[in-house]
Design a protein around this ligand. Sequence first.
Ligand SMILES: NC(=O)c1ccc[n+]([C@@H]2O[C@H](COP(=O)([O-])OP(=O)(O)OC[C@H]3O[C@@H](n4cnc5c(N)ncnc54)[C@H](OP(=O)(O)O)[C@@H]3O)[C@@H](O)[C@H]2O)c1
Length: 244
Amino acid sequence: MIRQSEIRKVMIIGASSGIGRELARRFADEGCLVAVCGRRIMLLEELKRGNPDRYIIRGLDIQDTASLPGILEALKSELGGLDLVIISAGTGEINQSLNFDTEADCIKTNVTGFCCAATWAFKVFEGQGHGHLVGISSIGGLRGSAEAPAYNASKAFQINYLEGLRQKARKIRSKIYVTDIRPGLVDTAMAKGDGLFWVMPLEKTVNQIYKAIRKKKRIAHVSKRWAILALLIRLLPAGLYEKL
Ligand SMILES: NC(=O)c1ccc[n+]([C@@H]2O[C@H](COP(=O)([O-])OP(=O)(O)OC[C@H]3O[C@@H](n4cnc5c(N)ncnc54)[C@H](OP(=O)(O)O)[C@@H]3O)[C@@H](O)[C@H]2O)c1
């Protein structure tokens, strides 16, 4: 049974827009205290105006891994505890010309920044003996991409990193839960490129993500239709996949 009172102190990294922002609204509306982070502070301020008592806002750049743990630690103190950390911060560009700066920017956010935030959260949860870490990876992480090689590879890193942390939580017999949310295409600024299909409305997607988090699922492919596609993508032989 899902207890609505279970989660009280929530931190969402990458909450200024898209999935992170909608999740923040959900948790705030149900009475949680939510720390919301991102670089675009004006968007965070706008979010806070909708429910001022429920949000703490903090500007941060997840790529700045020298400052990140200190900022998150201070934010945790301001929250007065920490039950749930959601890492939704992410970037990805179509990069057919293989511009290295574009690839490096993606890696700094989705790999190095993600790893810094995830390790910080895991150690906090390990210290206090409980907690729930959620990463928003992607179905894209299941195979490579000719259009956005770094993006898909970075999401593969997140998928494997979260699995490693889940295994670690089990080995140390802790009450730490690790959830890997793998969306298909969602109608946010992130969905880029020509010929996009099955783009899911943001609200519907966040409903499903929210339920998966509440149920403390290990992995959730969102939506069901994308879950079937994810299975087919994984099974497709390399020779056939390359022709797509
Ligand atoms: N939309 C899709 O089709 C889709 C599909 C699968 C997975 N996802 C994943 O879902 C997650 C959320 O994306 P979205 O679709 O909600 O797109 P979005 O609206 O562009 O949201 C991205 C969020 O990440 C934050 N962010 C980006 N770079 C950051 C940085 N350096 N430091 C701190 N925060 C940073 C942004 O905040 P600031 O710009 O204010 O810093 C923003 O809040 C991403 O990890 C994405 O890869 C999206």
